[in-house]
Design a protein around this ligand. Structure first.
Ligand code: COA
Length: 521
């Protein structure tokens, strides 16, 4: 992702004219890349799909959701610049939308992309969607239209812990938690894929269109010599009246989506955790002005307080320890009416700023206030003086509280995300509920020049321009999003709306008690 998609209109296009000149090129590039990944498969595949009377994956989602409500699409750039760009959005659309007022996780196969088959990123995206559903107590709707595993990639998608089998494992665990699993079979569900509907609490299948079978007609013929059509083997009539693998028979896509909406309507009401929601207030500064605050050159500082004032309600930010550990800004605000705590980097982390951050996160946990991490971090301060003062010990305190914090946390990478600073500021390994990046942001263990310098000093062979080029390529937001190291790339001007949606979703969590490990004093 992305922009918020609403009834197939992209909100925010009108902001183009106000891009700052420096950021304009970044946004033109972002828009062009986004357009290429959300355009589904090839023209031929789309034509064939439509001739079969089927709707495209994003059209299906649009009809499933309540009118005029936003869809928080995740990881649109999955598989970008991989597989010769033959898997736009990794052939699957995932995200959170509202059905009869209830937030739901939607996972929709895109059959126009290699028959909706799964490569590594497709699985990662599907599994990630289920993890978000698990944590945030979101009913799952699977709009199934898939040929299963993309066979040439089988060794990368079949056997390991988080490979294809994890999808069905997660369905079993989600269902056991009372998180509803609903499948709408709108095309193929072959082999392992047959378990998506079979493992669901309720399944809808479209007549003369949906099929579910462990082995398709060619495999049956090869194995037993039996000749049977797909419809006869595992079509809608078969599964809704003979096998019982499906529970509802729909006439077409639209009918199936209507039935699905009715099923969600009948689910028990969701309970949200107590948060003192205030009426929402706009920031004092237009969101589009954020572009002017973003230097393309990451060596130039970003004014984090100014960014915060463009994101939060009324631009009202109550700072905590304003004059101490100033390289980390901490404080309280509201976003779309939801009280949040914010930690934002103003420079590298020092012992004081690490202790300040740890103290602040403890406050947020004690008060049950969700946290927003704004990363622009080169790492912890280095040098003899700081090592002697025990910077590693103070850094560890911050990492300890971030790892054990139990309130919702969302991370936004606004600039650089390098080294252990990434860990201390709730990088992916620290399980933030959502992690987003801005289009020009960078993520890697260190900058290319620094890595080259390190290798030069230790006499390594890789100290060359090649290494700098490699780091340059591997650290972009698109490289990260393609591999699902994040949940999406955001248009800075839409970030407030998207964070508002994301924090609203986290209010569905059941909060546990916070426990910390041993702090080295
Ligand atoms: N692995 C690799 N490629 C696959 C595939 C698979 N499982 N299933 C489909 N494809 C590819 C096709 O080769 C074709 O590629 P192309 O665009 O480069 O020509 C593309 O996906 C579309 O497939 P096609 O058969 O033309 O589309 P369709 O809409 O008529 O049928 C399926 C789609 C999924 C019903 C059909 O392709 C099929 O039955 N595939 C095999 C399913 C299977 O046995 N899976 C078991 C894996 S666990």
């Amino acid at each position: 992702m992305a922009k918020i998609q609403q009834n197939n209109e992209v909100i925010g296009n009108e902001t183009k004219s106000v891009y700052s000149s420096e950021y304009q090129q970044v946004m033109f590039d972002f828009d062009a890349k986004l357009k290429s990944v959300i355009s589904h498969g090839s023209d031929n595949a789309v034509k064939k799909h439509r001739e079969r009377g089927k709707l495209l994956a994003r059209e299906r989602i649009d009809l499933l959701l309540d009118p005029k409500t936003p869809f928080l699409e995740l990881s649109s750039f999955a598989a970008f610049d991989q597989y010769n760009n033959n898997f736009p959005s990794a052939g699957i659309v995932s995200g959170i939308g509202v059905i009869h007022g209830r937030e739901c996780m939607i996972v929709a196969n895109d059959a126009t992309v290699k028959g909706g088959t799964y490569v590594r990123e497709t699985i990662k995206k599907h599994v990630r969607a289920q993890e978000i559903a698990f944590k945030n107590n979101l009913p799952c709707v699977y709009l199934v239209d898939s040929g299963g595993i993309f066979l040439p990639e089988q060794s990368k998608v079949f056997p390991d812990r988080y490979d294809f089998g994890r999808v069905f494992y997660n369905q079993a665990r989600l269902s056991a938690e009372g998180i509803s699993q609903i499948a709408v079979v709108m095309g193929s569900c072959t082999a392992g894929g047959a378990y998506v509907p079979a493992m669901s609490d309720e399944t809808i299948i479209v007549r003369n269109q949906g099929t579910i079978f462990i082995g398709g007609p060619p495999l049956v013929k090869a194995a037993t010599g039996e000749e049977v059509s797909a419809e006869e083997l595992g079509g809608g009539e078969v599964h809704s009246s003979i096998s019982g693998v499906a529970d509802h028979l729909a006439e077409d896509d639209i009918d199936a989506l209507k039935i699905c909406r009715r099923l969600i309507e009948k689910l028990p009401k969701a309970t949200k955790f107590e948060s003192t929601i205030q009426p929402e207030k706009s920031p004092l500064y237009p969101s589009e002005n954020i572009y002017d605050l973003l230097p393309i050159d990451l060596k130039k500082p970003i004014d984090m307080k100014a960014i915060i004032k463009h994101l939060v309600d009324g631009s009202d930010f109550q700072e905590f320890k304003e004059t101490y550990g100033k390289t980390l800004i901490t404080g309280f605000a509201s976003l779309k009416g939801i009280p949040i705590g914010i930690l934002g980097n103003q420079s590298f982390l020092t012992a004081e700023s690490a202790r300040k951050g740890a103290h602040f996160i403890q406050l947020c946990n004690q008060r049950q206030i969700p946290i927003l991490f704004l990363q622009n971090i080169t790492g912890f301060i280095v040098g003899k003086k700081y090592e002697h003062e025990g910077i590693a010990r103070d850094g560890a305190k911050l990492i300890n509280v971030v790892a054990n914090s139990s309130v919702p946390k969302i991370t936004l990478i606004v600039g650089g995300s390098f080294g252990a600073g990434n860990y201390a500021m709730a990088g992916r390994a620290y399980d933030p509920d959502f992690l987003f990046m801005w289009p020009h942001a960078r993520i890697s263990v260190m900058g290319g020049e620094q890595a080259s310098g390190v290798l030069k000093n230790i006499g390594g062979n890789g100290a060359s321009n090649n290494l700098i080029d490699q780091f340059e390529e591997e650290s972009t937001a698109y490289y990260s999003s393609s591999r699902i190291w994040d949940d999406g790339i955001l248009d800075p001007a839409q970030t407030r709306d998207i964070l508002g949606l994301a924090f609203t979703i986290t209010l569905n969590q059941k909060l546990g008690n916070t426990k910390y490990g041993v702090f080295r004093m």
